[in-house]
Design a protein around this ligand. Structure first.
Ligand code: C2O
Ligand code: CU
Ligand code: CU
Length: 472
Protein backbone atom coordinates (compact mmCIF):
# COMPACT_ATOMS: atom_id res chain seq x y z
CA UNK A 1 0.00 0.00 0.00
CA UNK A 2 1.86 3.03 -1.23
CA UNK A 3 -0.82 5.50 -0.25
CA UNK A 4 0.56 7.45 2.69
CA UNK A 5 -2.79 8.75 3.90
CA UNK A 6 -3.98 5.15 4.31
CA UNK A 7 -0.90 4.44 6.41
CA UNK A 8 -1.70 7.47 8.55
CA UNK A 9 -5.16 6.19 9.32
CA UNK A 10 -3.95 2.76 10.42
CA UNK A 11 -1.07 4.12 12.45
CA UNK A 12 -3.03 6.74 14.31
CA UNK A 13 -6.07 4.50 14.66
CA UNK A 14 -4.01 1.79 16.30
CA UNK A 15 -3.07 4.12 19.12
CA UNK A 16 -6.65 4.76 20.08
CA UNK A 17 -8.31 1.49 19.31
CA UNK A 18 -5.75 -1.05 20.47
CA UNK A 19 -7.46 -4.36 21.05
CA UNK A 20 -10.17 -3.72 18.53
CA UNK A 21 -10.03 -6.74 16.23
CA UNK A 22 -11.88 -7.61 13.09
CA UNK A 23 -13.02 -4.23 11.82
CA UNK A 24 -11.09 -1.18 10.67
CA UNK A 25 -11.19 1.33 13.50
CA UNK A 26 -12.26 4.84 12.52
CA UNK A 27 -9.49 7.40 12.21
CA UNK A 28 -9.08 9.58 15.29
CA UNK A 29 -11.14 12.69 14.91
CA UNK A 30 -11.32 16.19 16.35
CA UNK A 31 -13.78 16.54 19.26
CA UNK A 32 -17.48 16.68 18.37
CA UNK A 33 -18.48 20.15 17.21
CA UNK A 34 -14.82 21.14 17.23
CA UNK A 35 -15.18 24.04 14.78
CA UNK A 36 -18.82 25.01 15.47
CA UNK A 37 -17.86 28.34 16.97
CA UNK A 38 -15.70 29.28 14.00
CA UNK A 39 -17.01 27.70 10.85
CA UNK A 40 -17.83 30.27 8.18
CA UNK A 41 -21.19 30.09 6.46
CA UNK A 42 -20.77 28.69 2.95
CA UNK A 43 -22.04 30.38 -0.16
CA UNK A 44 -24.75 28.23 -1.70
CA UNK A 45 -23.85 26.79 -5.10
CA UNK A 46 -26.94 27.17 -7.30
CA UNK A 47 -25.56 25.13 -10.18
CA UNK A 48 -25.57 21.31 -9.97
CA UNK A 49 -22.79 21.10 -12.60
CA UNK A 50 -19.64 20.09 -10.66
CA UNK A 51 -17.58 22.29 -12.96
CA UNK A 52 -19.53 25.44 -12.15
CA UNK A 53 -19.92 27.32 -8.89
CA UNK A 54 -22.77 29.78 -9.23
CA UNK A 55 -23.97 31.96 -6.42
CA UNK A 56 -25.76 35.09 -5.44
CA UNK A 57 -24.05 37.63 -3.27
CA UNK A 58 -25.56 40.77 -1.84
CA UNK A 59 -23.82 43.68 -0.16
CA UNK A 60 -26.13 45.18 2.43
CA UNK A 61 -26.29 46.72 5.87
CA UNK A 62 -27.04 44.42 8.78
CA UNK A 63 -27.26 44.74 12.54
CA UNK A 64 -24.66 42.61 14.30
CA UNK A 65 -24.16 42.26 18.05
CA UNK A 66 -20.55 43.35 18.60
CA UNK A 67 -21.32 45.17 21.83
CA UNK A 68 -23.23 43.76 24.77
CA UNK A 69 -25.34 46.88 24.93
CA UNK A 70 -26.72 46.91 21.43
CA UNK A 71 -26.11 46.30 17.78
CA UNK A 72 -23.72 47.72 15.22
CA UNK A 73 -24.90 48.55 11.74
CA UNK A 74 -22.29 46.72 9.71
CA UNK A 75 -21.62 46.68 5.99
CA UNK A 76 -21.89 43.03 5.04
CA UNK A 77 -21.93 40.48 2.29
CA UNK A 78 -25.14 38.46 2.76
CA UNK A 79 -25.69 39.80 6.27
CA UNK A 80 -22.50 38.42 7.85
CA UNK A 81 -19.03 39.59 8.79
CA UNK A 82 -17.13 37.98 7.19
CA UNK A 83 -19.29 37.20 4.16
CA UNK A 84 -19.90 33.63 3.06
CA UNK A 85 -16.98 31.33 2.28
CA UNK A 86 -16.76 30.74 -1.44
CA UNK A 87 -15.21 27.42 -2.33
CA UNK A 88 -14.32 26.09 -5.76
CA UNK A 89 -11.97 23.62 -7.37
CA UNK A 90 -9.10 24.51 -9.69
CA UNK A 91 -10.47 25.03 -13.19
CA UNK A 92 -14.04 25.66 -12.05
CA UNK A 93 -16.07 28.40 -13.61
CA UNK A 94 -17.32 30.75 -10.91
CA UNK A 95 -20.37 32.94 -11.50
CA UNK A 96 -21.32 35.48 -8.87
CA UNK A 97 -24.58 37.37 -9.32
CA UNK A 98 -23.77 40.39 -7.24
CA UNK A 99 -26.31 42.94 -6.01
CA UNK A 100 -25.43 46.16 -4.26
CA UNK A 101 -27.85 47.23 -1.52
CA UNK A 102 -25.33 49.49 0.19
CA UNK A 103 -26.03 53.22 0.50
CA UNK A 104 -23.26 53.89 -2.06
CA UNK A 105 -21.63 52.38 -5.12
CA UNK A 106 -19.13 49.54 -4.90
CA UNK A 107 -17.35 46.72 -6.78
CA UNK A 108 -15.92 43.38 -5.77
CA UNK A 109 -12.25 42.60 -6.20
CA UNK A 110 -11.14 38.96 -6.02
CA UNK A 111 -7.83 39.32 -4.23
CA UNK A 112 -5.18 37.01 -5.67
CA UNK A 113 -7.29 35.32 -8.32
CA UNK A 114 -5.64 35.34 -11.74
CA UNK A 115 -8.78 36.18 -13.69
CA UNK A 116 -9.41 38.48 -16.66
CA UNK A 117 -9.01 42.21 -16.01
CA UNK A 118 -12.69 42.74 -16.84
CA UNK A 119 -13.62 40.70 -13.74
CA UNK A 120 -11.08 42.24 -11.37
CA UNK A 121 -13.41 44.83 -9.87
CA UNK A 122 -11.36 47.92 -10.58
CA UNK A 123 -13.94 50.71 -10.93
CA UNK A 124 -13.62 52.78 -14.08
CA UNK A 125 -11.13 50.42 -15.70
CA UNK A 126 -12.41 46.87 -15.49
CA UNK A 127 -16.05 47.72 -14.82
CA UNK A 128 -18.28 50.65 -14.01
CA UNK A 129 -19.04 50.98 -10.30
CA UNK A 130 -22.12 49.01 -9.29
CA UNK A 131 -24.60 51.70 -8.23
CA UNK A 132 -26.85 51.52 -5.21
CA UNK A 133 -29.55 48.97 -6.09
CA UNK A 134 -27.58 47.78 -9.13
CA UNK A 135 -26.05 44.44 -9.96
CA UNK A 136 -23.14 42.90 -11.82
CA UNK A 137 -22.34 39.33 -12.83
CA UNK A 138 -18.78 38.23 -12.18
CA UNK A 139 -17.92 35.24 -14.31
CA UNK A 140 -14.47 33.69 -14.53
CA UNK A 141 -12.42 30.51 -14.27
CA UNK A 142 -10.22 29.99 -11.20
CA UNK A 143 -6.80 28.73 -12.33
CA UNK A 144 -4.93 28.28 -9.03
CA UNK A 145 -5.46 26.51 -5.73
CA UNK A 146 -4.93 28.66 -2.65
CA UNK A 147 -6.59 30.79 -0.02
CA UNK A 148 -7.95 33.99 -1.52
CA UNK A 149 -10.44 36.62 -0.45
CA UNK A 150 -12.87 39.14 -1.81
CA UNK A 151 -13.55 42.74 -0.89
CA UNK A 152 -14.81 45.98 -2.44
CA UNK A 153 -12.46 48.20 -4.42
CA UNK A 154 -14.20 51.53 -3.87
CA UNK A 155 -13.67 53.67 -0.79
CA UNK A 156 -11.96 50.51 0.37
CA UNK A 157 -10.68 51.79 3.73
CA UNK A 158 -14.26 52.60 4.63
CA UNK A 159 -16.04 49.67 2.97
CA UNK A 160 -13.60 46.96 4.04
CA UNK A 161 -13.22 48.58 7.45
CA UNK A 162 -17.00 48.53 7.84
CA UNK A 163 -17.10 44.75 7.37
CA UNK A 164 -17.07 43.91 3.66
CA UNK A 165 -14.75 40.94 3.17
CA UNK A 166 -15.00 37.20 2.74
CA UNK A 167 -12.84 34.11 2.24
CA UNK A 168 -12.45 32.32 -1.08
CA UNK A 169 -10.72 28.94 -1.14
CA UNK A 170 -9.79 27.12 -4.32
CA UNK A 171 -9.04 23.44 -3.77
CA UNK A 172 -6.78 21.19 -5.78
CA UNK A 173 -8.15 17.65 -5.78
CA UNK A 174 -4.59 16.38 -6.37
CA UNK A 175 -3.28 17.92 -3.16
CA UNK A 176 -1.89 15.39 -0.67
CA UNK A 177 -4.51 14.06 1.74
CA UNK A 178 -4.04 14.19 5.48
CA UNK A 179 -2.51 17.65 5.84
CA UNK A 180 -4.83 18.31 8.77
CA UNK A 181 -8.39 19.14 9.73
CA UNK A 182 -9.03 22.52 8.20
CA UNK A 183 -10.31 25.79 9.58
CA UNK A 184 -10.47 28.97 7.50
CA UNK A 185 -9.88 32.03 9.69
CA UNK A 186 -10.47 35.58 8.55
CA UNK A 187 -8.58 38.03 10.77
CA UNK A 188 -9.86 41.57 11.03
CA UNK A 189 -10.61 44.37 13.42
CA UNK A 190 -13.25 46.95 14.05
CA UNK A 191 -13.29 50.49 15.43
CA UNK A 192 -16.46 51.26 17.36
CA UNK A 193 -17.79 54.29 19.19
CA UNK A 194 -18.96 53.91 22.79
CA UNK A 195 -22.56 53.41 21.62
CA UNK A 196 -21.51 50.51 19.39
CA UNK A 197 -21.72 52.40 16.11
CA UNK A 198 -18.90 52.22 13.56
CA UNK A 199 -16.29 54.91 13.84
CA UNK A 200 -16.13 57.27 10.90
CA UNK A 201 -13.50 56.11 8.40
CA UNK A 202 -11.71 59.46 8.62
CA UNK A 203 -11.69 59.76 12.40
CA UNK A 204 -8.63 61.64 13.75
CA UNK A 205 -7.67 62.96 10.34
CA UNK A 206 -4.46 62.74 8.35
CA UNK A 207 -2.24 61.58 11.19
CA UNK A 208 -4.45 58.52 11.71
CA UNK A 209 -4.41 57.91 7.96
CA UNK A 210 -0.62 57.97 8.03
CA UNK A 211 -0.54 55.54 10.98
CA UNK A 212 -3.22 53.36 9.40
CA UNK A 213 -6.36 52.91 11.48
CA UNK A 214 -6.59 49.83 13.65
CA UNK A 215 -9.77 48.98 15.50
CA UNK A 216 -9.71 47.80 19.10
CA UNK A 217 -12.13 44.97 18.50
CA UNK A 218 -10.01 42.18 17.07
CA UNK A 219 -11.96 39.49 15.27
CA UNK A 220 -11.51 35.94 14.07
CA UNK A 221 -14.30 35.06 11.66
CA UNK A 222 -16.23 38.02 12.99
CA UNK A 223 -16.00 36.92 16.62
CA UNK A 224 -14.12 38.13 19.65
CA UNK A 225 -12.02 35.28 21.06
CA UNK A 226 -14.00 32.33 19.71
CA UNK A 227 -13.21 28.79 20.85
CA UNK A 228 -11.88 25.98 18.72
CA UNK A 229 -11.70 22.45 20.10
CA UNK A 230 -8.76 20.19 19.39
CA UNK A 231 -7.86 16.58 20.01
CA UNK A 232 -4.40 16.66 21.61
CA UNK A 233 -1.83 15.43 19.12
CA UNK A 234 -4.07 15.62 16.07
CA UNK A 235 -2.91 17.99 13.38
CA UNK A 236 -5.00 20.95 12.26
CA UNK A 237 -4.62 23.12 9.21
CA UNK A 238 -5.34 26.78 9.75
CA UNK A 239 -5.81 28.95 6.70
CA UNK A 240 -5.49 32.59 7.70
CA UNK A 241 -6.46 35.69 5.77
CA UNK A 242 -5.57 39.15 7.01
CA UNK A 243 -8.59 41.22 5.99
CA UNK A 244 -7.90 44.12 8.36
CA UNK A 245 -7.44 47.47 6.69
CA UNK A 246 -4.24 48.33 8.58
CA UNK A 247 -3.47 45.86 11.36
CA UNK A 248 -0.62 43.39 10.94
CA UNK A 249 -1.19 40.05 12.64
CA UNK A 250 1.78 38.40 14.29
CA UNK A 251 0.53 35.10 15.67
CA UNK A 252 1.76 33.09 18.65
CA UNK A 253 0.22 29.95 20.13
CA UNK A 254 1.28 29.14 23.72
CA UNK A 255 4.20 26.73 23.62
CA UNK A 256 3.64 25.75 20.01
CA UNK A 257 5.31 26.22 16.69
CA UNK A 258 3.67 26.25 13.27
CA UNK A 259 4.65 24.65 10.01
CA UNK A 260 3.89 27.00 7.17
CA UNK A 261 2.90 25.04 4.09
CA UNK A 262 1.52 27.80 1.93
CA UNK A 263 0.80 31.48 1.48
CA UNK A 264 -0.82 33.78 -1.04
CA UNK A 265 -0.31 31.58 -4.08
CA UNK A 266 -0.76 28.03 -2.87
CA UNK A 267 1.60 25.52 -1.32
CA UNK A 268 5.31 25.98 -0.77
CA UNK A 269 7.75 23.43 -2.13
CA UNK A 270 8.24 22.11 1.42
CA UNK A 271 6.98 23.09 4.89
CA UNK A 272 8.84 25.83 6.77
CA UNK A 273 8.80 25.89 10.59
CA UNK A 274 7.79 29.28 11.96
CA UNK A 275 7.29 30.29 15.59
CA UNK A 276 5.42 33.56 15.10
CA UNK A 277 4.08 33.99 11.59
CA UNK A 278 3.33 37.55 10.47
CA UNK A 279 0.50 38.42 8.11
CA UNK A 280 0.49 41.92 6.68
CA UNK A 281 -2.89 43.20 5.47
CA UNK A 282 -3.92 41.26 2.36
CA UNK A 283 -1.60 38.30 3.00
CA UNK A 284 -2.61 34.71 3.63
CA UNK A 285 -0.90 31.88 5.50
CA UNK A 286 -1.58 28.17 5.36
CA UNK A 287 -0.32 26.82 8.67
CA UNK A 288 -0.18 23.39 10.24
CA UNK A 289 -0.26 23.05 13.99
CA UNK A 290 -0.45 20.11 16.36
CA UNK A 291 -2.26 21.35 19.48
CA UNK A 292 -0.99 19.37 22.42
CA UNK A 293 -1.44 19.36 26.16
CA UNK A 294 -3.63 18.01 28.95
CA UNK A 295 -7.21 17.33 27.94
CA UNK A 296 -9.44 19.93 29.57
CA UNK A 297 -6.88 22.72 29.30
CA UNK A 298 -6.87 25.66 26.93
CA UNK A 299 -4.23 27.14 24.67
CA UNK A 300 -4.53 30.70 23.48
CA UNK A 301 -3.62 32.06 20.08
CA UNK A 302 -2.33 35.59 20.60
CA UNK A 303 -1.94 38.64 18.45
CA UNK A 304 1.53 40.03 19.12
CA UNK A 305 2.39 43.61 18.22
CA UNK A 306 4.52 43.79 15.10
CA UNK A 307 6.75 46.77 14.60
CA UNK A 308 5.55 48.29 11.36
CA UNK A 309 7.23 51.57 12.19
CA UNK A 310 6.94 54.70 14.24
CA UNK A 311 5.47 53.56 17.51
CA UNK A 312 3.09 50.95 16.10
CA UNK A 313 4.52 48.26 18.41
CA UNK A 314 5.13 50.49 21.38
CA UNK A 315 3.60 49.30 24.63
CA UNK A 316 0.88 47.20 23.09
CA UNK A 317 0.08 44.05 25.03
CA UNK A 318 -0.84 40.79 23.29
CA UNK A 319 -4.48 40.28 22.38
CA UNK A 320 -6.27 36.94 22.71
CA UNK A 321 -7.47 35.90 19.28
CA UNK A 322 -8.69 32.38 19.80
CA UNK A 323 -9.02 29.81 22.58
CA UNK A 324 -8.05 26.25 21.67
CA UNK A 325 -9.70 23.85 24.09
CA UNK A 326 -8.05 20.43 24.27
CA UNK A 327 -10.54 17.62 24.49
CA UNK A 328 -10.39 13.84 24.26
CA UNK A 329 -7.68 11.26 24.58
CA UNK A 330 -4.29 12.18 23.22
CA UNK A 331 -3.24 10.60 19.93
CA UNK A 332 0.16 10.33 18.33
CA UNK A 333 0.69 12.92 15.63
CA UNK A 334 0.21 11.25 12.27
CA UNK A 335 3.15 11.61 9.87
CA UNK A 336 2.89 14.54 7.49
CA UNK A 337 2.49 13.52 3.85
CA UNK A 338 5.14 15.04 1.57
CA UNK A 339 3.99 18.26 -0.08
CA UNK A 340 6.41 18.20 -2.98
CA UNK A 341 5.08 21.14 -4.91
CA UNK A 342 7.29 22.07 -7.82
CA UNK A 343 7.87 25.79 -8.34
CA UNK A 344 10.36 26.81 -10.98
CA UNK A 345 12.26 30.00 -10.12
CA UNK A 346 11.57 32.69 -12.71
CA UNK A 347 14.62 33.64 -14.76
CA UNK A 348 15.48 37.30 -14.27
CA UNK A 349 18.08 37.84 -16.96
CA UNK A 350 16.66 40.05 -19.67
CA UNK A 351 13.86 41.22 -17.37
CA UNK A 352 12.82 44.85 -17.43
CA UNK A 353 13.65 46.66 -14.21
CA UNK A 354 10.90 48.72 -12.59
CA UNK A 355 11.84 50.99 -9.70
CA UNK A 356 9.12 52.42 -7.49
CA UNK A 357 9.26 54.53 -4.37
CA UNK A 358 6.47 54.63 -1.86
CA UNK A 359 6.26 58.29 -0.91
CA UNK A 360 4.63 60.93 1.21
CA UNK A 361 4.36 64.43 -0.18
CA UNK A 362 6.43 67.26 1.24
CA UNK A 363 5.30 68.71 4.57
CA UNK A 364 3.28 71.87 4.20
CA UNK A 365 1.16 70.76 1.26
CA UNK A 366 -2.13 68.93 1.97
CA UNK A 367 -1.39 65.40 3.15
CA UNK A 368 -1.03 62.86 0.37
CA UNK A 369 0.69 59.56 -0.14
CA UNK A 370 1.87 58.38 -3.51
CA UNK A 371 4.15 56.30 -5.64
CA UNK A 372 7.22 58.04 -7.03
CA UNK A 373 5.87 61.23 -5.52
CA UNK A 374 2.63 61.05 -7.47
CA UNK A 375 -0.74 60.30 -5.85
CA UNK A 376 -3.03 57.82 -7.58
CA UNK A 377 -5.32 60.54 -8.96
CA UNK A 378 -2.45 61.97 -11.06
CA UNK A 379 -0.54 58.78 -11.85
CA UNK A 380 0.28 57.54 -15.33
CA UNK A 381 0.08 53.77 -15.78
CA UNK A 382 3.22 51.64 -15.92
CA UNK A 383 3.52 49.77 -19.19
CA UNK A 384 4.20 46.11 -19.83
CA UNK A 385 3.30 43.59 -22.49
CA UNK A 386 1.97 40.09 -22.24
CA UNK A 387 4.62 37.42 -21.56
CA UNK A 388 7.11 40.03 -20.45
CA UNK A 389 9.18 39.44 -17.32
CA UNK A 390 9.73 42.38 -15.00
CA UNK A 391 11.72 42.81 -11.81
CA UNK A 392 10.15 45.38 -9.49
CA UNK A 393 12.09 47.10 -6.75
CA UNK A 394 9.74 48.86 -4.36
CA UNK A 395 11.54 51.18 -1.96
CA UNK A 396 10.01 52.56 1.18
CA UNK A 397 10.57 56.25 1.95
CA UNK A 398 7.69 56.63 4.44
CA UNK A 399 8.27 55.81 8.11
CA UNK A 400 5.84 52.89 8.15
CA UNK A 401 5.96 49.43 6.60
CA UNK A 402 3.72 48.95 3.56
CA UNK A 403 2.23 45.68 2.29
CA UNK A 404 2.59 46.11 -1.47
CA UNK A 405 -0.01 44.29 -3.53
CA UNK A 406 -0.19 43.65 -7.27
CA UNK A 407 -3.50 42.62 -8.79
CA UNK A 408 -3.95 39.73 -11.16
CA UNK A 409 -0.47 38.16 -11.12
CA UNK A 410 1.65 36.19 -8.74
CA UNK A 411 5.27 37.12 -8.29
CA UNK A 412 8.34 35.58 -6.66
CA UNK A 413 10.04 37.65 -4.00
CA UNK A 414 13.80 38.04 -4.48
CA UNK A 415 14.29 40.08 -1.33
CA UNK A 416 13.75 40.18 1.59
CA UNK A 417 14.84 36.53 1.45
CA UNK A 418 12.23 33.86 2.03
CA UNK A 419 11.19 30.46 0.73
CA UNK A 420 10.41 30.16 -2.98
CA UNK A 421 6.69 30.77 -3.31
CA UNK A 422 4.04 32.60 -5.30
CA UNK A 423 2.83 35.80 -3.73
CA UNK A 424 0.61 38.75 -4.52
CA UNK A 425 1.34 40.89 -1.47
CA UNK A 426 4.78 41.57 0.01
CA UNK A 427 5.74 43.60 3.03
CA UNK A 428 8.05 46.52 2.29
CA UNK A 429 9.83 47.14 5.59
CA UNK A 430 10.62 50.52 7.13
CA UNK A 431 13.84 51.92 5.61
CA UNK A 432 13.93 48.98 3.26
CA UNK A 433 12.72 47.68 -0.04
CA UNK A 434 11.19 44.63 -1.61
CA UNK A 435 12.27 43.16 -4.90
CA UNK A 436 10.22 40.66 -6.88
CA UNK A 437 10.01 39.11 -10.30
CA UNK A 438 6.76 38.78 -12.20
CA UNK A 439 6.10 37.15 -15.53
CA UNK A 440 2.86 38.32 -17.10
CA UNK A 441 0.67 35.81 -18.82
CA UNK A 442 -1.85 36.52 -21.51
CA UNK A 443 -4.39 38.69 -19.69
CA UNK A 444 -4.02 42.17 -21.14
CA UNK A 445 -5.76 45.15 -19.61
CA UNK A 446 -5.45 47.59 -16.77
CA UNK A 447 -4.31 46.25 -13.40
CA UNK A 448 -3.77 47.91 -10.07
CA UNK A 449 -1.08 47.87 -7.47
CA UNK A 450 -1.18 49.54 -4.09
CA UNK A 451 -0.35 49.48 -0.45
CA UNK A 452 -2.82 47.16 1.30
CA UNK A 453 -2.97 49.42 4.30
CA UNK A 454 -6.21 50.70 2.86
CA UNK A 455 -5.90 54.09 4.52
CA UNK A 456 -2.67 54.48 2.58
CA UNK A 457 -4.16 53.25 -0.67
CA UNK A 458 -7.04 55.70 -0.35
CA UNK A 459 -4.60 58.50 0.45
CA UNK A 460 -2.92 57.93 -2.91
CA UNK A 461 -0.47 55.04 -2.54
CA UNK A 462 -1.84 53.20 -5.54
CA UNK A 463 -1.03 52.91 -9.22
CA UNK A 464 -1.95 51.12 -12.43
CA UNK A 465 -0.20 48.77 -14.78
CA UNK A 466 -1.26 48.68 -18.42
CA UNK A 467 -0.60 45.24 -19.83
CA UNK A 468 -0.55 45.50 -23.59
CA UNK A 469 -1.46 42.72 -25.92
CA UNK A 470 1.42 43.23 -28.32
CA UNK A 471 5.10 43.88 -27.96
CA UNK A 472 5.95 47.56 -28.19
CU1 C2O B 1 -6.98 43.13 -1.79
CU2 C2O B 1 -6.50 45.94 -4.64
O1 C2O B 1 -6.70 44.54 -3.23
CU1 CU C 1 -5.97 42.34 -5.13
CU1 CU D 1 1.19 51.77 3.21
Amino acid sequence: MANSSFAVVILAGAVVFTGCVGSTPPAPAQPPGWDDDLRLPSAKDLDPDPGVVELRLEARLAQLPFVATGATTMWTFDGGVPGPLIRARVGNRVIVHFTNQLPEETTIHWHGLRIPAAMDGMPGHSQPPVPQGGSFDYDYVVPDASTFWYHPHMASAKQVGNGLYGAFVVDDPAEPKGLGDEVVMVLSDLALNADGSLQAPDVSGDLATLFGREGDVVLVNGKVRPTLKARPGLRQRWRFINAAKSRYFQLALDGHEFLRIGGDGGLLTAPVPVAQPVLAPGERADLLVVPDGEPGTELVLHWIAYDRGFGTAFNRPPVDLLAVRLEGMRVDTPPLPPIARVIAPLAIDGATEIALELTQNAPGAPFELGINGVPFADAEPLMAHVHETQVWTVTNTVAFAHPFHLHGFFFQVLSPAGPLEWKDTVNVPVDGSARFVVRYDDRPGMWMFHCHILDHAEAGMMGTLMLMEHEP
